[in-house]
Design a protein around this ligand. Structure first.
Ligand code: SOE
Length: 411
C-alpha cells in the first residue's frame, strides 16, 4: 500500500554529498500548527525509516522576521526567509512544503512548480475549484519535467486507515454498502472565541466543511476505494458574530478584543452522498460537538463484514467478519501495531502505539520514496481537486436547499 518502493535511481535536482545518501532539501512556508506538525515529520522521517534520500530542513519562511527565526530554531530549520519567493530561488530547496492558510496555496504552489520544485501542499488543496484546477494544470506541466506534487491528507497515513483500505481492496468485507463518517471538534462552542483566519471565508475558503469535511471526504474515498458521485447537504453557522482577534492567533486559539465582526464560514456541515458503486455515505463535520476534541470516526459496512475506526483510538481497527458463525461472530479489535502493518516497520515493538504526529512522518516517507523513484504520489493534486469538487457541491446543495422538505407543524 505504500506509494513506491525504495528507489535505485536518483532524481534530477537532488543535492548530493560524497559518500552519503543524496539530500532532498525542503523549504517550508508557514510555521504555525501545521508548520510545526510537518516539521516534526521532516525531522523524524529519516531516522524512523530507511530512505533513499536524506531530507534536509533547509529553510522555513514566514512574513514576521523575528517570529520565523524563532520558529526555525524551535522546529529545526537551518535558515529562515521572510519572502516565499526567496525560498523558491534557493538552490538548496528541491521541495516546497506549503503550510499556510488556503488563500495562498494556489499562488505559492503554482510558482513553486513553475520554479522547478516538488510541492507538498496542506489540505484543503485550495479555496475554490478554479484555484485547484490551476494547481492541477501546474502539476501536470511540472510532471513532464519530473517534478511531483502531493496534497497533505495526513489521515490516510494512520496505519489503521491504510490497513482498512487494504482489507476492503482484498474483499474482506465484500461490496461496500455504507460509509459513515463524522469529524467532530468543539473549539468554537464558546461564542466569545475570536474571529481567527479559520472563520474568515477570504482566508479559509469555508469553515468546518473545508477544514474537517475535506479530511473525511478524502478518507471515505481512500478507504472505500471509490469516488463520491453526488451529494445532498445542509450547513449552518450557529454563531454569526464574534470578537475581532486582538493580536496574533496561535494554533487554533487566539484572544478577542471589544469589537465584533461577522463569521463568514459554516460552523457545521452535514451531507449524504452516493458513491460510484451505489453505496450510500453520510458525513458530518462540526466544530460544535461539545466534548468531542478530535473525533474522526469512520465505519464501513460491506455485504459480508464491517470495519470501524475512531481517531481518538488510532492504534485500533474494529473488524466484524460476517462470514464467521453467528454464535461467535462480532466486532473484534485489531491492534494495528504489528511489524507487518502499514508503516509499522519504522517504529516500536507490537503494542507500543503511534499518535497524530506520526501521520506527518508517514506522509514525508511516502513523498520521499515517490520523489526517489519518480512515481506519482498519492493523494495527488488531482485527488485534491476531486475533494474540492465535492466541497463545492456540498455548498451548492446547501445553498439550493432543494432536498430539504419541511414537516408541517401540528397543533
Ligand atoms: C483544526 O480543525 C484542525 O487542526 C485541522 O485544520 C486539521 O486539518 C485536523 O487534522 C485537525 O484539526
Amino acid at each position: 500500500q505504500h506509494n513506491g518502493e525504495q528507489g535505485e535511481t536518483e532524481q534530477a535536482g537532488t543535492g548530493s554529498i560524497a559518500g552519503a545518501r543524496p539530500r532532498l532539501g525542503v523549504g517550508m512556508v508557514g510555521y504555525s500548527f501545521m508548520g510545526a506538525a510537518h516539521s516534526q515529520g521532516w525531522r523524524t522521517v529519516g531516522r524512523a525509516f530507511d530512505l533513499p534520500l536524506e531530507p534536509h530542513l533547509a529553510a522555513i519562511c514566514g512574513r514576521d522576521g523575528d517570529a520565523v527565526r524563532a520558529a526555525a530554531d524551535r522546529l529545526g530549520w537551518a535558515a529562515a526567509e521572510t519572502d516565499w519567493r526567496a525560498l523558491l530561488d534557493r538552490a538548496d530547496v528541491q521541495l516546497v512544503d506549503i503550510c499556510t492558510p488556503g488563500d495562498s496555496h494556489a499562488e505559492i504552489a503554482v510558482a513553486a512548480l513553475d520554479a522547478g520544485k516538488h510541492v507538498l501542499c496542506e489540505k484543503p488543496l485550495a479555496n475554490s475549484v478554479e484555484e485547484a484546477e490551476e494547481m492541477v494544470a501546474a502539476a501536470e506541466r511540472a510532471r513532464m519535467r519530473g517534478q511531483l506534487a502531493m496534497v497533505g491528507f495526513n489521515y490516510r497515513r494512520v496505519p489503521a486507515m491504510t490497513l482498512a483500505r487494504r482489507m476492503i481492496a482484498e474483499g474482506r468485507i465484500g461490496r461496500v454498502r455504507h460509509v459513515r463518517v463524522v469529524y467532530l471538534q468543539d473549539w468554537l462552542v464558546d461564542p466569545e472565541f475570536p474571529l481567527t483566519w479559520r472563520l474568515d471565508r477570504a482566508h479559509a475558503g469555508s469553515g468546518a466543511l473545508g477544514d474537517l469535511g475535506a479530511h473525511i471526504v478524502d478518507l471515505a474515498q481512500f478507504v472505500a476505494g471509490e469516488q463520491i458521485v453526488g451529494v445532498s447537504a445542509m450547513t449552518e453557522t450557529f454563531v454569526r458574530e464574534r470578537p475581532l482577534l486582538a493580536g496574533a492567533s496561535a494554533g487554533l486559539a487566539g484572544t478577542g478584543g471589544a469589537e465584533r465582526g461577522p463569521v463568514t464560514v459554516d460552523d457545521a456541515a452535514v451531507f449524504t452522498a452516493r458513491l460510484g458503486s451505489g453505496a450510500l455515505a453520510t458525513f458530518e463535520a462540526t466544530r460544535f460537538a461539545t466534548g468531542r476534541k478530535n473525533a474522526l470516526r469512520l465505519e464501513v459496512n460491506g455485504e459480508h463484514g464491517s470495519l470501524a475506526f475512531d481517531l481518538e483510538r488510532l492504534n485500533e481497527l474494529s473488524f466484524h467478519d460476517g462470514t464467521e458463525p453467528a454464535a461467535s461472530a462480532g466486532f473484534r479489535r485489531i491492534l494495528v501495531t504489528e511489524a507487518d502493518h502499514p508503516y509499522l516497520e519504522g517504529w516500536w515493538p507490537p503494542g507500543h502505539g503511534l499518535g497524530y504526529e506520526h501521520t506527518f512522518t508517514h506522509q514525508a516517507r511516502d513523498l520521499v520514496h515517490a520523489i526517489a523513484t519518480g512515481t506519482d504520489p498519492a493523494p495527488s493534486f488531482a485527488d485534491g481537486l476531486r475533494v474540492q469538487r465535492v466541497l463545492a457541491a456540498v455548498e451548492e446543495s446547501a445553498a439550493k436547499n432543494s432536498a430539504y422538505t419541511p414537516i408541517p407543524a401540528t397543533a
